[in-house]
Design a protein around this ligand. Sequence first.
Ligand code: GDP
Ligand code: IMO
Ligand code: MG
Length: 428
Amino acid sequence: MPAIVLVGAQWGDEGKGKATDLLGSRVDAVVKFNGGNNAGHTIVVGAEKYALHLLPSGILTPGCIPVIGNGVVVDLGVLFEEIDALEARGVDTSKLVVSGSAHVITPYNRTLDKVTERFLGSSKIGTTGRGIGPTYADKMSRTGIRVQDLFDEDLLRAKVSGALNLKNQVLVKIYNRRAFVVDEVVGELLGYAQRLRPMVADTALLLDQMLSDGRTVVLEAGQATLLDVDHGTYPFVTSSNATAGGACTGSGIAPTRISRVIAVVKAYTTRVGEGPFPTELFDEAGERLRDVGAEFGTTTGRPRRCGWFDAPIARYATRINGVTDFVLTKLDVLTGLEQVPVCVAYEVDGVRCDELPMTQTEFARAKPIYEMFPGWEEDISKARALEDLPRTARDYVSTLEAMINAPISAVGVGPGRDETIAISDLLD
Ligand code: GDP
Ligand code: IMO
Ligand code: MG
């Protein structure tokens, strides 16, 4: 079985964690390929609820190998906290493998993330404050600290010292913060080395061998298409490639190995942090989506901005990721609406636009053109087949499917593992 990519189609929090978990025990490895503990994936198994940040969702599937790929940025303190919290709840984390080439989020980059945001004031990105942007910036500037550096103390000290030469100047002289001490930073990082060592491997090689042996590998994105640093609503994005292309560079798996790209899309839209959002609601309809959908950030607890389904965005996700299947989530949240508006295109400066406009200047001015679809009153959370849905809910699903240029293969009707309508097998 070749590799399968799973991405978010909108601005994150579509339910990627639940979707990965759904693929279940037939998956041999789940690889996180981008991002870090800015992600928050909620998975509900029976009465148990898990919030994962850095660990791949496959950690909850017995027998599955969870892999942190080279494209991830790792906060080692958070990694061990998450492992310990899961172990305390009886989850076996012993199979976890971490790429030696993944970059490490250092204490100074956590601080820089927070102070630069404060400095930006009203122009801020609204980051999660976890040090993600500065760590990827160091990676690209070739001054980053990698997991493998923790096993070469001289190299680590030289790299931290080199990085702090510049960063301490910035922290002290521009942001009026205290300087970091090289020995303290090195000491903190080395403190993790012994526990980390047995988890570290050449993950690209390991995954290649698994694929050659016919095993199933899922490449799971953090964040989502419109938060991708190249294809998202730049600069209001994260600092990694969250789209399907990033799955290859972030894991070392070649594009020719990938047979399927699953995109998770919510039946409406949410966004956390700043940036344009054409279908955003500022009235009680938005508050209703937030309340009923429990739209509060898994990582920062911030209320998520809410709006109606945006078809041009989903079509864009299909094109950029080469989506073969959609998982439509949170259909149940729309229950009780008399009519459900769907954005079918935009109007930009008086001109109809069926695709995302080329520039962010135009996108910031895009006004949604809505079509209204009839709603439904019935509780749909017990539906397990399309036929169990009321006619209008089924029509809503097929209407979206016709607009987004790829089949909907599963529909979420609740947060639980079993609260799903399976339409076609995502792994066959
Ligand atoms: P992720 O970051 O894409 O993994 O998504 P999050 O976990 O941050 O946010 C999705 C939220 O929706 C979580 O609280 C899930 O438990 C919940 N969820 C996922 N699918 C469904 C669904 O079909 N219906 C409902 N009501 N909740 C869902
Ligand atoms: P999951 O994987 C939603 C947003 C932040 C901010 C921007 C940049 O749970 O879908 P960063 O800290 O990455 O530099 O912040 O990206 N953001 C997310 N929004 N879900 C996420 O992850 C996010 N990860 C980052 O709110 O606007
Ligand atoms: Mg999330």
